[in-house]
Design a protein around this ligand. Structure first.
Ligand code: PXL
Length: 274
């Protein structure tokens, strides 16, 4: 098993099973040393709990990174997710590459929009700063909404293959994992675009949608990739894991705010060791 040092840069949503509280256990379950740079602390995520209490931590980014550099601490990968304010995104853009080891990977899940809309509390300036950060990333993990905003294309709820092809070409990034792509009503999946070749991994769609599944996908993808798997293999394992987590939750209507990924972690460990 590889044992890599991964830094994850995102908010801590104290309740709601997303961002840091899912990334940390999932990256650890994938067998890696996991370091964190929290960019904000929120009482909950911003979906359907009303307005969360929040404190931005943009001010810690520069001194924390400086201290790590003074101690020659570098990372095999940096996974960036929801940051919370555009200044924070700018700061991360300036510092991320300096913290990576020579072959280190910068992986960015833009995590600012879904279903055709920007998340509450974020705006177009945030999206534009996130686009800049994505341009310097080695791999990006947008959903269709985020990819369409970056590409300046209209969002399509039911995309077809031509739309997705055009989206990926217009985005112009060499390594894109596009999440939430299904061409039939009963399917969803991920499209892996790597050096101009396209691989679509399809799985059944569950009617309910849940917060935090993008964060689970991103951390699982990163953890598996750093276990020396290919990008398509890591995307496939991450998609399977998200599906298992959703299935774990869907029978429980009271659990509306996130997915129960915790009891699926042994399955993830098994999938990695296969
Ligand atoms: O799951 C992405 C995410 C992360 N953090 C916060 C969020 C969201 C999505 O809504 O609100 C605070």
């Amino acid at each position: 098993m590889a044992y890599k040092r991964i830094l994850t840069v995102q908010d801590i949503s104290c309740v709601g099973q997303c961002s840091m509280t899912v990334a940390l256990p999932i990256l650890s379950a994938c067998g890696h040393e996991t370091c964190i740079l929290p960019t904000a602390v929120l009482s909950t995520h911003t979906g359907e709990f009303g307005k969360p209490a929040r404190i931005h931590l943009g001010d810690i980014v520069e001194p924390f990174c400086r201290h790590w550099q003074e101690n020659d601490i570098s990372f095999d990968a940096i996974l960036v997710g929801y940051i919370g304010d555009s200044q924070g995104v700018q700061m991360v853009s300036t510092l991320a590459r300096k913290l990576l080891s020579p072959d280190g990977l910068l992986i960015v899940d833009p995590a600012f929009a879904d279903n055709g809309k920007i998340y509450s509390g974020l705006d177009e300036e945030y999206a534009s700063q996130m686009h800049k950060l994505c341009r310097q990333a080695d791999i990006i993990l947008p959903n269709i909404t985020e990819a369409a905003m970056f590409a300046g294309m209209e969002y399509q709820e039911r995309p077809d293959e031509d739309y997705v092809k055009q989206l990926l070409e217009t985005l112009g990034h060499p390594n894109v994992i596009l999440t939430g792509v299904g061409y039939g009503a009963e399917e969803t999946g991920v499209v892996v675009y790597q050096d101009k070749s396209v691989f679509h991994y399809v799985h059944p769609k569950v009617e309910r949608s849940f917060h935090g599944t993008g964060d689970i996908f991103a951390s699982c993808f990163t953890g598996v990739l750093l276990q020396e798997r290919t990008i398509p293999e890591a995307a496939q394992t991450a998609a399977d894991f998200v599906f298992i987590c959703i299935e774990n939750t869907v029978q429980n209507p009271a659990h509306w705010y996130g997915v129960k990924f915790e009891t699926a972690l042994p399955k993830l460990i098994h999938m990695i060791n296969r």
